[in-house]
Design a protein around this ligand. Structure first.
Ligand code: AHM
Ligand code: MG
Length: 333
């Protein structure tokens, strides 16, 4: 019998993770459990985001994060949810969050993993019912288990990520992740409380006709960026910019396009954070067959990190569009 749209199909995220784990006989199951912890916190944040207008959790906290940006109540709410979920699991020894300057130790020093994350990205959209997202990046620690994790565990470089992904709170909520074997997308079925595999092995189109950037900075952009954008306009490509990185990335992933956040005078090193915004999306896009770069020869994943909250420019999306912007060059191993 044919499936109808009303019937969720496919396997749950839980079961998918278990099956994958079974393919690796020596796997301890810790990474699987960690991914499940993230999915659980994602469900709670989904609930919080969906009733934000009813509960008293919109608006500002009256505080600023380490980057000097005003914190929203939901930003902090999501931060607390994810930290709590990862602390309750026993796999993560330390967390780096956009919302805190220092590494957060979970008191599970025997945990083998560290997680860098932006618990709720897209601050300007949080209070106005527009898509927002969670980004995460996972490493195996390099410091000995049992000791306190250090910054070095987080500064290993993007190619050392063992898994990365995001949760998009959009018209539906999705959990999209990779462990380096393709990109899998799961859609949340609210009434059942489960993520179901809805988008197996996601591939980004090589070409695209969407450009996504904040054109308010036009006069600040380098000439090369303006030349590229003028060319997009001459070809009557579509300008699409939500101002939520996860949502802009997700649309371009499926439809084909490029997201640009160049250096500006306000943010000469770019605005987006390398460790928990750009590295995870860069791993995902390369796994999906696209590219994430800062120049013709420098892939995002090859940037050597020096600071926990460092920023970088970002050009990411369909390979041919990224190449049209930065020129040819060998950036992907
Ligand atoms: P945030 O971490 O403070 O939410 O900032 C990150 C967001 C991204 O989601 C988005 O792509 C970008 O900042 C938008 O910046 P701008 O408002 O400068 O266009
Ligand atoms: Mg952010």
């Amino acid at each position: 019998k044919e499936n109808t749209l009303a019937q969720p199909v496919g396997i749950t995220l839980e079961r998918y993770i278990m099956r994958k784990q079974a393919e690796f006989p020596f796997a301890t199951g810790e990474l699987s459990q960690l991914l499940r912890d993230l999915a659980l916190a994602g469900k709670i944040v989904h609930r919080d985001v969906n009733r934000a207008g009813l509960a008293d959790i919109t608006g500002g906290m009256g505080t600023q994060n380490v980057q000097g940006e005003n914190q929203k109540k939901l930003d902090m709410e999501a931060h607390i949810r994810f930290v709590r979920a990862l602390k309750n699991g026993r796999e993560t020894c330390a967390i780096l969050s956009e919302e805190e300057a220092e590494i957060i130790h979970t008191d599970n020093d025997s945990g083998n993993y560290v997680v860098a994350m932006d618990p709720l990205d897209g601050s300007s959209n949080i209070d106005v019912n527009v898509s927002i997202g969670t980004l995460f990046s996972i490493y195996r620690r390099i410091t000995p288990p049992g000791s306190k994790a250090t910054a070095a565990d987080f500064l290993q470089g993007g190619r050392r990520q063992v898994a990365a992904g995001y949760i998009l709170y959009g018209s539906s909520t999705m959990f999209v992740y990779t462990t380096g074997h393709g990109v899998m997308g799961f859609t949340y079925e609210q009434s059942l409380g489960e993520f179901f595999l809805s988008h197996p092995d996601i591939r980004v189109p090589q070409d695209g006709t969407i450009f996504s950037c904040n054109e308010g900075y036009w006069f600040d952009y380098p000439d090369s960026i303006r030349t590229f954008l003028m060319d997009c306009k001459r070809k009557e490509y579509s300008g699409r910019y939500i101002g939520s990185l996860v949502a802009d990335y997700h649309r371009n992933l499926f439809n084909g396009g490029i997201y640009l956040y160049p250096p500006t005078s306000k943010n000469p090193r770019g605005k987006l954070r390398l460790l928990y915004e750009c590295y995870p999306l860069a791993m995902l896009i390369e796994q999906a067959g696209g590219q994430a770069v800062i120049s013709a020869t420098e892939a995002i994943l090859d940037i050597v990190p020096t600071e926990l909250h460092q920023r970088t420019p970002l050009f990411i999306g369909s390979t041919n569009m990224v190449r049209a912007l930065v020129g040819a060059g060998e950036t992907v191993p």
